[in-house]
Write a protein that binds this ligand. Sequence first.
Ligand code: GDP
Length: 438
Amino acid sequence: MFDSITGSIRSAVNKIRHKDDAASLKKAVTELRKSLLKSDVHHKTTKELITAVELETKKNGIGQDSFLNALKDELTKLLTTDGNQGFVFSNTPPTTILMTGLQGSGKTTTTGKLANYLKQRKKKVLVAAADLQRLAAVEQLKQIAEQVEVDIYFDDNEKDPVKIAIAAQEKAKAEHYDVLLVDTAGRLAIDEELMLQLKEVRDSIKVDEIFYVADSLTGHDATKTATTFKEKIGIDGVILSKYDGDTKGGVALSIAHQVGIPLRFVGIGEKMPDLEVFIPDRIVSRLMGAGDIEGLAEKTSAVIDEKKAKEVTKKIKKGEFNFNDFLDQLSMMSKLGSMKSIIGMIPGLSQMAGPLKDMDFENSDEIKRIKALIASMTPKEREQPSLMNASRKKRIAKGSGLTEMQINKILKQFKNASKMAKKLSSKGGMKGLQNMMS
Ligand code: GDP
């Protein structure tokens, strides 16, 4: 997610060749300034950051390590703004969040992503369709709610968003929801009528926080509109959407500092799992190319069903891993989100991964073929792949549109993988793996 900035940092550091070499520090600093500006980091922010890094490095003795340490400290300071980090729950549920943003910014999609994020963390979530401005917004939210399997409050006969918000909060209280996310109206540009409506909604219910969804593709405009929203209605957090399409990426570094409001989440794709929590320490670690193991662990533990994982491990040990288990594992992987987001969390991997980063695992031809095969199998065949014989294969070929050769290949791969997994999971398995690798 921060490839270009991480690359700039690396090349700036490499400019420092010798200890106490003031000229090379100048070169490093100049390189960093140029690339930060090119990445759309706000010019004031860039200047402050560079000055502080230079000063700090000099103070601690010029060298690559002291430069990196200074940069790490200053970046952390830069990203840390007074206010909450991540998602914060109120002591009096439902924690109620107003989702605001301009039309097209990704507000409705982000509402769904946030609902999904909270649901994965075992929270009971209600979304409210109070964006009555855009014709299709209610319909879109209904579809998204269905997709991430959270409840939605809407009223097709109601024209007043204030009434929707009040009724939704009453429902959320009565039915003990943990969180209520209210999708409010967006406009193409900021206008007084919109602000008035948002204020009315804000004042009619208990609101814990107001999130502003900013489109990172609008560059410095994202900062400007967020500032206006802050001044007019008061916002508590920014969510930067479409960061996956932002090749520059600098807005994420300066928006919190410029607006004076923490950046809380970043949207990194169109799918529901494509939302990353923005915790300054962790982000700095990723920027420095050191990954974010803590973030990865948190993410996987929210998605992985422990009980199921244990069952599957047992099956693998007995050599009974079947096609149903395989489908379960696939669906779990898709909940983790895009490959890109995971790669950046593993130290060193983003530099090495290359084409892997753009891989859409779920939609790869290989996986599509396997899914087609499984879809044409009977429940019994999925449980017991060993049942497969020539006539069954013929039937499956017809149903799946695969050739018998393709079917044989997948079945063989599956058999081998299952054997290998059994071997590795038995005692001394890791040794076996090491032997194989060497
Ligand atoms: P709204 O008018 O603000 O509610 O905007 P929508 O939620 O309808 O989003 C507008 C478009 O942006 C849709 O096509 C979304 O799929 C897309 N979108 C939203 N967030 C992201 C993101 O993080 N990455 C990408 N690539 N697209 C996004």
